[in-house]
Design a protein around this ligand. Structure first.
Ligand code: NAD
Length: 254
């Protein structure tokens, strides 16, 4: 019997991160549930859902803008469960800003979370994966596939994640650590339900009608793909990115 696996997940008090903690719990993977105190999400709800399926997890505050905070977060896995197998860099922010209003501060604030925050998470995970492991970073169709008006900083960060993940995969392969990215399409979460910085409920409903699968995605539908990429079933997959979008990006528009 393999010892149960242990994962760190940033941004796991809501959305895709929460769904992943719950998915992992059902598969016997123990999680360190990263929660960002600056947001109103309730990490105890993630914990409740994990326990409801008979899983184990602990909640740990983490701000991916701080190397010390992320290092302490990753160390919690070792302190709590004695090992670290999976690192999932899921935390992200989305802000609306035209190019004309794109101050240097807006740009660097975005990249600090959505790109450097990913680096900090993967780096902190890598040094603690003593028996090999797997990493997944969450990109976006905005940046990875499409441009998005008013979101150049977000798209740049999410495109950057793909270059980062490829290089990490090459560097860590010899240590038995795989690194991949998921590229979600439109997924109903607090981020996309924000009508100021994203589509909001009405925009999501409209967009859903135009997706080949007929609707926007659920957090669980992304979480299960992340879990697959970290699992041994994807044991020969590294440096790749997988689009999870219900066919949105392959639909030809006349
Ligand atoms: P979400 O807002 O529910 O999740 C983002 C999480 O990141 C939140 O829990 C938030 O508290 C956390 N976070 C924000 N700033 C942080 C910081 N400084 N340190 C640590 N945590 C921080 O939305 P989501 O859609 O579940 O987002 C998860 C990931 O998926 C993000 O990277 C997002 O960009 C990406 N994504 C989402 C969609 C979508 O349609 N929802 C599409 C493509 C990509």
């Amino acid at each position: 019997m393999l010892e149960p696996r242990v994962a760190i997940i940033t941004g796991a008090a809501s959305g895709i991160g929460r769904a992943l903690a719950v998915h992992y719990a059902g598969a016997g993977v123990r999680s360190i549930v990263g929660t960002f105190p600056g947001d109103p999400h309730d990490p105890q709800e993630t914990l409740r859902l994990v326990h409801a399926v008979g899983g184990q997890a602990v909640v740990h505050e983490v701000d991916v803008r701080s190397t010390a905070s992320v290092d302490a977060f990753a160390q919690r896995a070792v302190d709590e469960y004695g090992r670290l197998d999976y690192a999932v860099a899921n935390a992200g922010i989305l802000r609306n800003s035209s190019l004309a209003e794109m101050t240097d501060t807006r740009w660097t604030d975005m990249l600090d979370v959505d790109l450097t925050g990913v680096l900090r998470t993967l780096r902190a995970g890598a040094v603690r994966m003593t028996e090999g492991g797997a990493m997944v970073a969450v990109s976006s169709i905005a940046g990875a596939v499409y441009g998005w008006e008013g979101h150049a900083h977000y798209a740049a960060a999410k495109a950057g994640v793909l270059g980062l993940i490829r290089s990490v995969a090459v560097e860590l392969g010899p240590r038995g650590i795989r690194a991949n990215a998921v590229i979600p399409g439109l997924i109903e979460t607090p981020q996309s339900l924000d009508p100021v910085n994203s589509l909001g409920p009405d925009g999501l409903a409209r967009a859903g009608n135009d997706i080949p699968w007929g609707r926007v995605g659920t957090p669980a539908e992304v979480a299960s793909v992340i879990a697959f990429l970290t699992s041994s079933q994807a044991g020969y997959v590294t440096g790749q990115s997988l689009i999870v979008d219900g066919g949105l990006t392959v639909k030809m528009r006349a």
